[in-house]
Design a protein around this ligand. Structure first.
Ligand SMILES: *Cc1c(COP(=O)(O)O)cnc(C)c1O
Length: 402
């Protein structure tokens, strides 16, 4: 067997390992230091009771022959797909139907698996900085900066962290809004420019809205399908991970509208939805029934209220961190519609210098921005996923020490 040489083009994923190593070293030398983790990219609040109860009921059904369920539909159970269509789309005036929704075990696998649908020679655009899955899944499929199939769209402070339209034609563009890592959320006007670009150039937009539930400004779009024409050019990927704390339970979904049609190399036109259905029925056997019942309960009246509270808790933490840094003279985005706070140093220090400074002076661990791409140099990312108590302590330390 000869190994897939595309893997040789991947860079070592040392970011979080290196963060862990430096924190551990510091702890060894300063055992008294109470280090607060602001680098965590995982939620911390437990699963809300209505979801737990729904999963318990579903587990009990599995114990009786009358209610036992084996393989489920690969696309997901109707009860969950209709709840998603009703609450996430139709109730907001967006026309997305059950048969355009594909339930999965999470957004990350969907995003990576989508590359199965693309011909190898497509030109792909990703932002810099970026959520690494878009980059690495395309490198695994043979697209690199070196061979010209992977283009970085600069998305740094000079553009206010907005992805600007590229000068050349791209076939596939990955957009993430609210953004991980920068926290920037695209406006309807910005998103429309991209939808129009895709309509003009026959491009596909892969729209990752894993943090959609964190949007509080009512003028910001929550789905790309709020933009006219998007049903013809965009796939939307969402997740229950950050919304409802499903990072360990695993459930997400991908929307592929019926109007999204593409061509094979021989010119034959096909609905992209049919390719995704074929891909999923061949390589995927559906998310677990118990988990899908849990996800359904996210949409119950009680579920929605509790989820909103949890997200407000994280948003409040992010807000506290953002204003603490602003008081210290750092640059951050003022509108907080994401759990992430992205800080830019105004004195030109590198990400790792900032990391070491915050660790030694404030006993705070953060994520170096350069780990998300070269445009993240001189920046750090903090999250609102810690407790309110720790967040307040962190803000206090920042104000006292920096
Ligand atoms: C966390 C995250 C996801 C969600 O991944 P899951 O596999 O559903 O847990 C997707 N996109 C981004 C940008 C994320 O940060």
């Amino acid at each position: 067997m000869i190994a897939n040489s595309n893997f040789q083009a991947l860079s070592e994923n040392y970011l979080f390992a290196e963060v862990g190593r430096r924190v551990k070293d510091y702890r060894l030398q300063h055992p008294e230091a109470d280090i607060i983790r602001m680098d965590i990219g995982d939620v911390t609040l437990p699963i809300i009771p209505p979801v737990v109860e729904a999963m318990q009921r579903a587990a009990t059904e599995m114990a009786h022959s009358k209610t036992f369920r084996g393989y489920g539909p690969e696309q997901g159970y109707d009860f969950l797909r209709s709840a998603i269509a009703a609450y996430d789309y139709v109730s907001r005036g967006v026309d997305i139907r059950e048969d355009e929704i594909f339930v999965s075990d999470g957004a990350k696998s969907d995003i990576a698996n989508l590359t199965d649908l693309f011909a190898p020679g497509n030109k792909v655009g990703i932002t810099n900085p970026v959520y690494p899955v878009y980059r690495d899944s395309n490198i695994m499929a043979g697209r690199t900066e070196e061979n010209g199939l992977l283009t970085l769209i600069e998305c740094d402070a000079t553009s206010g962290y907005r992805p600007l339209l590229p000068g050349k034609e791209l076939d596939i563009i990955y957009l993430c809004s609210p953004n991980n890592p920068t926290g920037n959320t695209m406006t309807a006007a910005e998103l429309k420019e991209w939808v129009d670009y895709a309509l003009t150039n026959d491009s596909l937009i892969v729209y990752d809205s894993a943090y959609e539930a964190f949007i509080r400004d009512s003028d910001l779009p929550r789905s790309i399908y709020e933009i006219e024409g998007a049903r013809k050019v965009a796939i939307e990927v969402r997740s229950f991970s950050k919304t409802a704390g499903f990072t360990g339970l695993r459930c997400g979904y991908t929307v592929v509208p019926k109007e999204l049609k593409v061509k094979y190399a021989d010119g034959t036109e096909v609905e992209l939805r049919k390719l995704w259905l074929r891909r999923q029925t061949t390589k995927f056997n559906g998310a677990s029934y118990v988990i899908q019942r849990g996800a359904e309960a996210v949409y119950s009246p009680e579920g929605r209220e509790l989820i909103r509270k949890n997200i407000n808790y994280y948003l409040n933490n992010a807000q506290i961190l953002g204003s603490a840094f602003r008081k210290m003279g750092f640059q951050t985005l003022e509108r907080v519609n994401s759990p992430y706070i992205w800080i830019k140093d105004t004195e030109g220090r590198t990400s790792w210098v900032l990391f070491d400074l915050l660790l030694s002076k404030c006993h705070l661990s953060v994520t170096p921005g350069v780990g998300f791409g070269s445009a993240g140099e001189g920046c750090i990312r903090l999250t609102g996923f810690n407790t309110l108590e720790n967040t307040l302590t962190a803000a206090e330390r920042l104000e006292k020490t920096l």
